[in-house]
Design a protein around this ligand. Sequence first.
Ligand code: SF4
Length: 389
Amino acid sequence: MPAAVQVPFDRIHDPVVRRIGERVAAGERLESADGLALFRSGDLTGLGALADAVNRAKNGDVVTFASNQHINPTNICVLRKTCTFCGYARLPKEAGAYRYTLDQVLAEAAHAADGLTREFHIVGGLDMKAGLAYYAEMFRALKANFPHVHIKALTAVEIAHIARIEKMPWRDVLVALKEAGLDTMPGGGAETFSAAVRERISDKKLAGAEYIGVHRTAHELGIRSNCTMLYGHVETLEERLEHLQMLRDLQDETGGFLAYIPLAYHPDDNELGRELGRTGTATTGWDDLKQLAVGRLFLDNFQHVKSHWIMVTPFLSQVALHYGVNDLEGTVVREKIYHAVGAHTPQAMTLDEILRLIRGAGKTPAERDSFYRILRTEFAPDAEPAGVA
Ligand code: SF4
């Protein structure tokens, strides 16, 4: 039973946010209209105070992180020409196209041999030559070589792609991959669920309802997952709320989502950015904080909201710890996908840097595992993440 929400009304100046705060304090669920009103309010700090109060009732002042490693096995993607926001994908014969062999995956994973990495985060393109056997062999080999490392792999879009090329139902693909070592799924590929938005930015991609369908199937099989929303491109605020509503509905049904992770769109080096005439960052700090805080308040059935510092900078992620966020992206070895579209943030943070950010915000850092179980809250000076000897 979560603690009662102590809403700091003295820090909320907009009467609209105050009224919503009264409903939150009474344990009432927010409607889409409430979410819209929060997005439209100018009282950003009041919104943050409300989201922080809800987060504190659920998670206290603890902010978690995991020690993970990203592996992107292939950037070859059949949707290269139609996901206009993506700067990572290549066609098979295009310069820069790659598909790792198993040995290359294992070589990249070798960082985990130090026993400190606890999770592989594995995502890539929709490659016609990367089917079920490619990933099943990869997961088996990773588990054989790094049995202590959790495998969080393949977005709903990749699962549906494998199902299509193998002519199998999603369920059978998930069953086979689970048997090979898949532990949980990441939340990428959601973009914004609205059909109108998808028509403009990712015309051929798995529809929003299908993304939900793959996650539902995964949850039914005991494979928990994260979920995301790509925001800050052509979507309206109403479409953001529609997206959050679909996530909340599935969470009501299955309880299988571990965390909600909003992803800020980056306009550099992709077709959509050129079409929109944008460079640099598409979102603002104001928008990023609102996206996180409204997500925390609307998704009342989610325990965890994560800030992805690779996209919004470590500094904004630190501020976000007072806007409803209780989890930071971990120590990421080699992030390729967002750096392909112009992210200027570091590609990895050391443990000391993460601890400094969290403590600097007056919160208590805790290293967690992939299921958000706390591993430890005590860190020696210059500590490394908890490993397995
Ligand atoms: S976003 Fe994903 S599916 Fe779309 S082109 Fe890029 S890698 Fe392919």
